[in-house]
Design a protein around this ligand. Structure first.
Ligand code: GLY
Ligand code: MN
Ligand code: MN
Length: 467
């Protein structure tokens, strides 16, 4: 990964973090030490065969450095930061090549002090440690050792003031970050165009997956998450790639790029393998697009993202009523949760250095400000519900799915029979799944779609197809 921004950007972020913690006026924090363990290599099947290294996103945000085995602290008493890292050994020089000295690395992040990696434990001794919740076992183990607690108790010992302060900073994207995210979205758009153009009956899902990967890698980074490239769009997280494409079916691609400096894009397209939507496919896809428009028109500073989710859900209930698949008042159907038979997930999530941005810091804080989350089927899967602010980046990803087993279960139970036309639905069950996902920036008055033009209309999706 490339270094991120100039050193002052990262030192300013750490200063902002310190100011935010100081403003909380919690006397117990005054002598605290913020501890940020960077990520280590993670083996796949034996120690030297590791997954692609990915630095922790908060570490990238505050310390810029994307090498494994680093750690850093910020001392609340002095305001100084320290990078804990080891100089290049002869073996490292041979196997992984040259790299800047520790002092140079620290300078590139505006970090005042440097120290050998194994000094971290001694420097933490006797201090009140504040850390973000770990999501890797080895990080939990190190934090447990540093804090003198049980690894099982480490996550619950994460500092809530620090978590809240980190979220408040990271969720408002700086203009320089928007530029990087747009680059990720542009590469993501190219991934999608490549797949839409290439898809043909007789190909396997894996061939299209490879096409998407090729564009992401050629863009300098990687996919931002394992793509969903499937002929079975009604299986929401379908991660097998063995099916063969057949004319008449739909293909669903949920894929995005991560740039070489760590920013994510996340898009979904649903298109007909044969090149033309049939009448039913066109109708359902059109409702998904309309749901996206309805959602976007509800995005405004101060308005809870839950309202945008409901706007999409109402558009889906209304559209499906037009096809004879739902009935009754769409508002009541959505309030009851009946639409979730077709739209069982949430409208979207924040996006930035993580594709589900900051989810490792706790989805309830990131998406709900710590407020309770619904337990209703469908609504419980909404990741982001809280009021939006200018500078937030959000995905808008409504979908309609014909999940055969779920339809059969609900029909047998007579569930929401006042809102769902089960008799009519029987004839639609094989239609699959449709989702459209775009990435949007909250502005001062509404929202702006990120990335270069990418027309998702029926006519445009059909026209992208090469002859
Ligand atoms: N890529 C997973 C999602 O859309 O949230
Ligand atoms: Mn996605
Ligand atoms: Mn998404």
């Amino acid at each position: 990964m490339l270094p991120m921004f100039e050193p002052s950007v990262h030192s300013s972020r750490r200063k902002a973090l310190l100011s935010s913690l100081a403003a909380g006026d919690d006397p117990s924090l005054r002598n605290g030490l913020l501890v940020f363990p960077g990520n280590r290599e993670s083996p796949m099947n034996y120690p030297d065969n590791a997954y692609r290294f990915r630095q922790d996103s908060s570490f990238l945000y505050f310390f810029a450095l994307a090498e494994p085995d680093l750690a850093a602290t910020v001392d609340l008493a002095t305001g100084e930061s320290t990078l804990y890292a080891d100089e290049l050994t002869e073996d490292m020089l041979v196997w992984t090549g040259p790299r800047p000295s520790v002092r140079e690395q620290a300078d590139s992040a505006g970090v005042e002090r440097v120290s050998p990696r194994d000094r971290l434990a001694a420097d933490c001794a006797g201090r009140r440690l504040l850390y973000l919740p770990p999501y890797r076992a080895e990080t939990a183990a190190e934090l447990a050792a540093l804090a003198g607690t049980d690894p099982g108790a480490v996550a619950s010992g994460a500092s809530m003031p620090l978590v809240r302060a980190a979220i408040a900073l990271r969720e408002i994207k700086e203009d320089r970050e928007i530029g990087r995210i747009e680059r990720a979205v542009d590469i993501s758009i190219d991934m999608h165009l490549e797949v839409v153009r290439a898809a043909r009956a007789g190909m396997t899902e894996a061939e299209l997956m490879a096409a998407a990967y090729r564009v992401a890698l050629a863009g300098g980074g990687m996919p931002s998450f394992p793509p969903i490239a499937t002929t079975r769009g009604a299986v929401l997280h379908n991660h097998g790639y063995g099916n063969t494409l057949a004319d008449g079916g739909m293909f669903l691609l949920d894929a995005g790029a991560e740039t070489d400096d760590g920013y994510a894009g996340d898009l979904t397209s649903t298109f007909p393998i044969g090149g033309r939507y049939d009448d039913r496919q066109r109708a359902v896809y059109g409702i998904v697009l309309e749901a996206g428009r309805a959602a976007v028109s509800a995005i405004r500073p101060g308005v809870p993202y839950r309202e945008a989710h409901f706007a999409a859900a109402r558009a889906i209930a209304t559209g499906l009523a037009g096809l004879g698949l739902m009935k009754g008042d769409p508002e009541e159907a959505v309030a009851a949760g009946a639409h979730a038979l077709f739209f069982p997930h949430g409208l979207g999530h924040q996006m930035g250095l993580d594709v589900h941005d900051m989810e490792g810091l706790g989805e309830l804080l990131v998406g709900y400000d710590g407020e309770p989350r619904s337990t209703q089927f469908g609504l419980k899967s909404l990741r982001m519900a809280k009021p939006v602010k200018p500078g937030m980046v959000l995905t808008v990803e409504p979908g309609i799915y014909f999940i055969e087993g779920l339809i059969e279960r609900w029909k047998a139970a007579g569930k929401f029979a006042q809102f769902i036309e089960y008799g009519e639905l029987d004839g639609w069950k094989g239609l699959g799944g449709f989702r459209n996902e775009e990435d949007w920036l909250v502005t001062g008055s509404g929202a702006r779609r990120l990335g270069k033009p990418f027309d998702k209309s029926v006519a445009a999706m059909e026209a992208f197809r090469l002859p």
